[in-house]
Design a protein around this ligand. Structure first.
Ligand SMILES: Nc1ncnc2c1ncn2[C@@H]1O[C@H](COP(=O)(O)OP(=O)(O)OP(=O)(O)O)[C@@H](O)[C@H]1O
Ligand SMILES: [Mg+2]
Length: 258
């Protein structure tokens, strides 16, 4: 029996609110996340990877699907912690209270609220997704009970930092896999106008530049989208060659920084 509230199916036409555009090559990352999620011994799941690798996109996929499938969990809460040098506890508490349909009282202190929220969440089987965590923090300070195999709750933490994932409670966080060459090409092409995309098949110079660009992107979705958008309407093989050269230069520069 498979109890996972995640499915690998996509929200197709008419299937609820389509939050993002179609993802490409997310299957491996999703299956890695799911197998961890299905492990009853694993209550805290960390996902780390470079900026633009698709961590938020990955978290949003199961989040959307979880909301539609509340069979196993009472509540799924997605919290974008985002860029918090100074953690915004109040904002996080607001999201949780709102999601639980609890009243919000401005005059309460953070501490009072954390006690109140923890009490409310303790009665639920919850999944909390914390996106973009930059620094370790105590779940209790916000009002999130510690998920465990006893309470059956789950926490998914996404961060650029492996170390932060470890500190948040996953000793072996998963690394966001990068796209392979084939997926990279598909994602890159998905940004192009149809006739430009077709030109890759016909024009050997453009194809060569496209493959150079894909190499330079190193399977990073953000990079593939940015350069794909930049070339979306260009049928000029010279322009493509320049783009490929520019991308290569960025790659070399990057490596010399390390
Ligand atoms: N598999 C994919 N298919 C299509 N687009 C993708 C894919 N992965 C990521 N993207 C796109 O790439 C961009 C960056 O992805 P995302 O924001 O998920 O990265 P991230 O890992 O969360 O980065 P950060 O560390 O900066 O938060 C987004 O515009 C997203 O839509
Ligand atoms: Mg993100």
């Amino acid at each position: 029996m498979h109890h996972s509230p995640f499915t690998t199916s996509r929200t197709g036409a008419g299937g609820g609110t389509a939050v993002e555009t179609q993802t490409i090559g997310m299957e491996l990352a999703l299956s890695q996340l799911l197998s961890r999620f299905d492990d009853t011994e694993k209550s805290i799941i960390g996902v780390h990877g470079l900026g633009g690798m698709g961590k938020t996109t990955l978290l949003k996929t199961p989040n959307n699907e979880l909301k539609e499938n509340t069979r196993d969990y009472h509540v799924v809460i997605m919290i974008e912690v985002a860029n918090s040098e100074t953690l915004n506890v109040v904002d996080m508490q607001k999201i949780i209270a709102n999601r639980l349909g609890l009243p919000w009282n401005e005059s309460e202190t953070e501490r009072e609220r954390s006690t109140f929220l923890r009490r409310a969440l303790r009665r639920k089987k919850f999944v909390v997704l914390l996106d973009d965590v930059w620094k370790k923090f105590q779940l209790a300070d916000v009002g999130i009970p510690t998920p465990s195999s006893d309470n059956g709750c789950k926490l998914i933490v996404a961060s650029r930092s492996n170390q932060v994932c470890v500190e948040m409670g996953d000793k072996e966080p998963m690394e966001m896999p990068c796209l392979n060459e084939n997926e990279s090409l598909r994602l890159f092409r998905s940004n192009l106008m149809a006739e430009v995309s077709a030109a890759i098949d016909h024009d050997s110079d453009m194809r060569e530049s496209a493959m150079d660009i894909i190499q330079s992107c190193g399977g990073l979705p953000l990079a593939l989208n940015v350069v794909g958008c930049a070339l979306a309407c260009s049928m000029d093989a010279v322009e493509w060659k320049q783009a490929a050269r520019a991308m290569r230069a960025i790659l070399v520069e990057d490596q010399s920084l390390e």
